[in-house]
Structure formats: structure tokens, C-alpha cells
Design a protein around this ligand. Structure first.
Ligand code: SF4
Length: 386
């Protein structure tokens, strides 16, 4: 039976802590990081990380979602889980590429991990090698299967949709259906994330070309998915860890739940999230549109707590909507919140629209990408990841 634990302190039901534990990643997906060594690696010390968890817990947070970079490259990842469990977190979630997770999953579960979101864009090993430039496909599959077997919750595959892998969507549904029929405690659901630009890879010519070759609009994604069965819309609350930005479906009679995010096609609307994001470099934000976020590293516990109180209070107040009436979920370079500073200038949405339309004789204007303020270069901001 799936366990849905929603114990929160009064007033904090909607808030989640999203914690980037390191900017380091052990792979280089073509849509994400350029090939080669990462120039800068930043991450909090174990003690700083525990203080963040303590300060947020003191305010009522009970759910923490670890991201990176790749959080499992930290050797003390399980120690952090255990510390969070001792502090009192009832939900601990990790987004991972699955390279390492299966090696220590039983220990991680014992230490307090409650759910996993595992990235995999293709079921084809050779395509995976091309996309990620790394050999670890079987590790990711092992991590997915171990998670469904050991975690009595909804494990999710997180899949970036690309032109060259769209025809695999029925195979993904079949794969999930197969795992869900094994009688294991957990279930597998699928998140389809439209390829969105604003990562460090998109500051290179290779990244631009990959975007042009692989980006597909929402209708193309849905059409490919529908080849697996009728898409029956379902309430997002029926998916554990539901994200307000996604659309949710059950596919045919498979029983498999799929969440679809097509931010680029939709013009990056604000989904109204309530996340306190902590980046590996210590930036604390309550919205990706936030300017000049405070830096936590070096602050004491009390100062961290006061900072979180101020930020969450601001997000809870009417002033936030007054200050950001036309906010969008786009930040030219989103990568800065995940991988630290990246070289090159930030690019607005219109730049990526231009790449898509460059070779066409009739220019295509995607009005939705301009938002209600009619300006794609508005100093607004940024995206999701789960
Ligand atoms: S713009 Fe994005 S980060 Fe900001 S409140 Fe909306 S969904 Fe959340």
C-alpha cells in the first residue's frame, strides 16, 4: 500500500524545502552541461546542510527534496538523510540520475529516504550513451527497480522528451506497467518534461543545435503518448508529490500515471509553487523570479531561521503577488541555481524561439512565450525540475 505522509506544522502544509546539495554532476547530458570538467563545484559542508534542515524544520517544514547537481555524489548523502530524519522530517525525496542510488538504497531507506525521482530519457542503451555521454544505463534501471521494490511510495521516472526518443513512450508505459504488476510495495509513475533551454549546455553551439534538433511541442508529445492508449485526465492530487505545474493522465488501461510538463509550449506560466529553494552555493529563494537572494553559507542557525521566516512570510503575503504580477517560470540561466555561475550571457526565451524558426521561410511567433506583459525579455524568471 502506498504511504502518503503529510504531517506538517500548522500553516506549513503547502511548503517544501528543495535543497541542492552539490553543484557537481557525474554525467554531462547534452541538454544540460557541456562536455568536460565542471569549472566550479560548490556545496555546503555537512554542518551547514544540517543547519538548513534544522532551521526549516523549526519553522514547520516536514518535507525536503534533495537535488543538485547530482545529490548522490556526496559521500555523506546517507548521513544527511539520517540527520534530517533525526531532526524530524517525515518526507525525504531525492531527484537523481540513478547512477549510484541502487548501491546504497537499503541504507538510504533506513536513514529516512521516502521517495525517489529518477531521470531516464530513453530505454535504449545506445541512445542513452549519446544523450548522457556516459555508460550507466543499467545502473539507472537498477535504481528504478530497487526504488519500486523498497519504497512504499510513488517512484517517478523523469524523462526529458526529445524528437529522437518520442517513439519510446509506449515502451515506457509498458515498462512501468510491468514493474507495477510485480506486487512490490511501491508504484512507478512517469513525468514527461518538455526539453527546456536555460541550462549551461545552451550557451554552446552544440547545445543550441541539440535544442533545434530535439525540441518538440506539447501536441507532438501528447500524440506520441496517446499511441500507448487513451489519455484520461486525472486530478493531480492523485499523484504523490503532485506539482501544480503539470497535467496528469492515466494511459489507457495500463493504470500508469503520467505527468506532462510543456513549459515552453505554454509560455512558462507560474504554477503557484510554495518551495523554499536552497542552491548549492547557498542562495535561498522562494521564487525563481526573485532578485538578489540572500546567501546562507556563513550564517549561523538563528540567522538562517530568520532568513527563512522572512522569505516564506513574504511569499505568503499579498505583497509577493503585487511585486511579481506577471511572473513566469523561466530564468535565463536556470543552471545558475543548480550548477553555480556559468560562462556566457543569459539568454531570453526569444533566443530559443529564433533557433527553432531560423530555417523556416515563414516566421512562427509563439505568442504564449511573451506572457501577459508582452515582453520575452522582461526581467522575470525561472523553471522547475521535479
Ligand atoms: S514563477 Fe515558478 S518558482 Fe515562482 S512561484 Fe511561480 S511556479 Fe513557483
Amino acid at each position: 500500500m502506498l504511504v502518503m505522509d503529510n504531517r506538517y506544522a500548522p500553516g506549513m502544509r503547502k511548503w517544501n524545502l528543495r535543497f541542492g546539495l552539490t553543484s557537481r554532476c557525474n554525467i554531462r547530458c547534452r541538454y544540460c552541461l557541456p562536455a568536460g570538467k565542471q569549472p566550479v563545484i560548490t556545496q555546503p559542508s555537512f554542518e551547514e546542510a544540517v543547519e538548513v534542515l534544522q532551521a526549516a524544520h523549526d519553522l514547520g517544514f516536514r518535507r525536503v527534496h534533495y537535488t543538485g547537481g547530482e545529490p548522490t555524489v556526496r559521500r555523506d548523502f546517507v548521513d544527511i538523510l539520517r540527520a534530517a530524519k533525526d531532526i524530524g522530517y517525515s518526507q525525504q525525496i531525492v531527484t537523481t540520475n540513478g547512477y549510484r542510488l541502487h548501491r546504497f538504497l537499503p541504507e538510504a531507506v533506513e536513514a529516512g529516504l521516502t521517495r525517489a525521482i529518477i531521470s531516464i530519457d530513453t530505454l535504449d542503451e545506445q541512445k542513452n550513451l549519446f544523450i548522457t555521454r556516459s555508460h550507466f544505463h543499467s545502473d539507472t534501471l537498477k535504481s528504478i527497480e530497487s526504488a519500486v521494490e523498497l519504497l512504499p511510495t510513488m517512484t517517478k521516472i523523469s524523462c526529458v522528451t526529445m524528437r529522437d526518443t518520442l517513439d519510446e513512450l509506449p515502451a515506457f508505459i509498458e515498462y512501468a506497467q510491468g514493474l507495477n504488476s510485480r506486487g512490490w510495495p511501491g508504484k512507478l509513475a512517469i513525468k514527461l518534461n518538455q526539453f527546456f533551454p536555460s541550462n549551461p549546455a545552451q550557451l554552446t553551439d552544440e547545445g543550441d543545435q541539440f535544442w533545434k534538433d530535439q525540441f518538440v511541442e506539447e501536441d507532438v508529445i501528447l500524440e506520441a503518448l496517446a499511441k500507448a492508449g487513451e489519455l484520461k485526465p486525472i486530478a493531480r492530487e492523485s499523484i504523490e508529490g503532485d506539482n501544480p505545474s503539470y497535467n496528469y493522465f492515466e494511459v489507457g488501461d495500463s493504470g500508469v500515471k503520467v505527468a506532462v510538463l510543456a513549459m515552453f509550449s505554454w509560455g512558462y506560466p507560474c504554477g503557484g509553487c510554495w518551495k523554499l529553494r536552497i542552491s548549492p552555493q547557498g542562495l535561498a529563494t522562494i521564487c525563481i523570479s526573485q532578485k538578489d537572494p540572500p546567501v546562507l553559507w556563513g550564517m549561523g542557525l538563528d540567522e538562517k531561521r530568520e532568513t527563512f521566516k522572512r522569505l516564506t512570510g513574504y511569499r505568503d503575503s499579498p505583497q509577493f503577488d503585487i511585486d511579481f504580477p506577471d511572473r513566469r517560470h523561466y530564468r535565463p540561466q536556470l543552471g545558475e541555481l543548480r550548477f553555480d555561475k556559468v560562462a556566457g550571457s543569459a539568454r531570453q526565451i526569444v533566443f530559443f524561439e529564433d533557433i527553432l524558426t531560423r530555417d523556416k521561410t515563414v516566421p512562427v511567433v509563439q505568442e504564449s512565450a511573451c506572457g501577459s506583459n508582452g515582453c520575452a525579455s522582461a526581467p522575470v524568471p525561472s523553471p522547475p525540475a521535479d
